[in-house]
Design a binder for this molecule. Sequence first.
Ligand code: ZN
Length: 103
Amino acid sequence: MAWENNRPDHVPTRVREACLQRDGHRCVAIQHNGKRCPETTRLEAAHKTQWQQGETTTVNMVRTLCHWHHNRETQAEAAKARKANAARLPSTTHPRETHPAFR
Ligand SMILES: [Zn+2]
């Protein structure tokens, strides 16, 4: 019995298998030296773009990354999202602008 994951962004087993096969069971991340990551263990099928609610994952939407590269990418995306959210928050150092109608 296959282990099931109830996370909505979980990559279905057959999609993961097809992804790993296409990528030769090796991480596809490019390292600083310009060479492909040599990792062939702890491989994960990672979404190329952020998974959207209700979206069905297909093999073209994922690529093989090792755990380390997947984790690094996830953290970079989270940092980007935090930065975008912070930009929307009112500033603590600049006075709030008042709406022209309420002057
Ligand atoms: Zn890697």
